[in-house]
Design a protein around this ligand. Structure first.
Ligand code: CLF
Ligand code: SF4
Length: 298
């Protein structure tokens, strides 16, 4: 599946547990929850919980200051030798909290240059920050792209916050889609590896995601990760409360197979929390709570 990579790309993916199926058996990732604000509303999100663009809804992460996040990262890196990647993936949107996000990246680049930096975003502010992302040595960016058709998007995103005002409906989806696609092209042009996450929402974007997959591949995305909508009513999301169902495992796999004709598919995503620590599927966060970290000498 990953055959034929250039040496440069191989180097970038070989120790990233999300970008390489093989690497996830040997390398760990961690997230620091430094990004509380968000600039859009997704119908599959409950804003009280973590960003479900990148993670499983229904869990809440303790928000850290940049200084606390840096200390935590250094502590985890010292304790878990397999820890190769630091990601910022919420609990809101990394680029809706740019000062906090880039402070963490800048400091870590100085103090722990071996740790790969990873960023996950809804893409709304991506074009404005591509230069800063490249300057921060971030090699891996995930954009959540659920549609390229604004009529589909209007059913997923009730509003976005754009240029100091709230924009709703089809117009909101149009702006978000344009920003995501432009951001993708700009990242690819700078040699940054892009993973596209898509949330599969039966009856809304499931058929459409095949076209999304073709388009993002044509623009140079490296990997596509189709994740199932999680819509239990207790998560309190719009979709959950309105009775929208998530896909069955068979439906998810059929769509992943259909998209796989076009590009590398990620099939080992564990929908991690915004404060996840450890190997994929493992959560060692309880060993690194704030009180424990504050007590450590780093
Ligand atoms: Fe984190 Fe995401 Fe980077 Fe990985 S997670 S910011 S790319 S380091 Fe990975 Fe977790 Fe799936 Fe995300 S398994 S939810 S794809
Ligand atoms: Fe929620 Fe993430 Fe969507 Fe923002 S981008 S509304 S935090 S799922």
């Amino acid at each position: 599946q990953m055959a034929g990579l250039t040496a440069d790309i191989h180097k970038k993916v070989q120790d990233h547990p999300c970008y390489s199926e093989e690497a996830h058996h040997h390398f760990a990732r961690m997230h620091v929850a430094v990004a509380p604000a968000c600039n859009i509303q997704c119908n599959y999100c409950n804003r009280k919980y973590d960003c479900s663009n990148e993670s499983r809804p229904g869990v809440v992460s303790e928000v850290l200051s940049p200084a606390q996040a840096i200390k935590k990262t250094l502590a985890v890196a010292a304790a878990i030798p397999q820890m190769s990647v630091l990601g910022i993936a919420g609990p809101g949107d990394a680029l809706a909290n740019p000062a906090r996000t880039f402070e963490v990246f800048r400091e870590l680049q100085q103090r722990a240059p071996d740790i790969k930096l990873c960023l996950s975003t809804n893409g709304l502010m991506l074009p404005q920050y591509v230069d800063q992302i490249a300057a921060a040595n971030v090699d891996h960016v995930t954009i959540t792209i659920n549609c390229i058709d604004p009529d589909v998007g209007a059913q997923i995103y009730p509003w976005i916050f754009w240029e100091h005002r709230r924009v709703t409906g089809r117009e909101a989806a149009e702006i978000l889609i344009a920003q995501q696609q432009k951001g993708l092209e700009m990242l690819v042009a700078r040699g940054i590896l892009v993973k596209v996450n898509s949330v599969m929402i039966p009856g809304i974007n499931d058929e459409h995601l095949k076209e999304v997959s073709r388009v993002v591949r044509a623009k140079g995305a490296f990997l596509h990760n189709v994740m199932p909508l999680i819509s239990e009513a207790e998560h309190g999301t719009h979709f959950g409360l309105s009775g929208q169902r998530g896909p069955t495992p068979a439906e998810l796999q059929a769509l992943q197979d259909a998209c796989a004709g076009d590009m590398n598919m990620m099939r080992h995503c564990r929908q991690c929390r915004a404060d996840a620590v450890g190997m994929l599927g493992e959560d060692r966060g309880a060993e690194f709570t704030l009180d424990k970290i504050e007590a450590m000498e780093i």
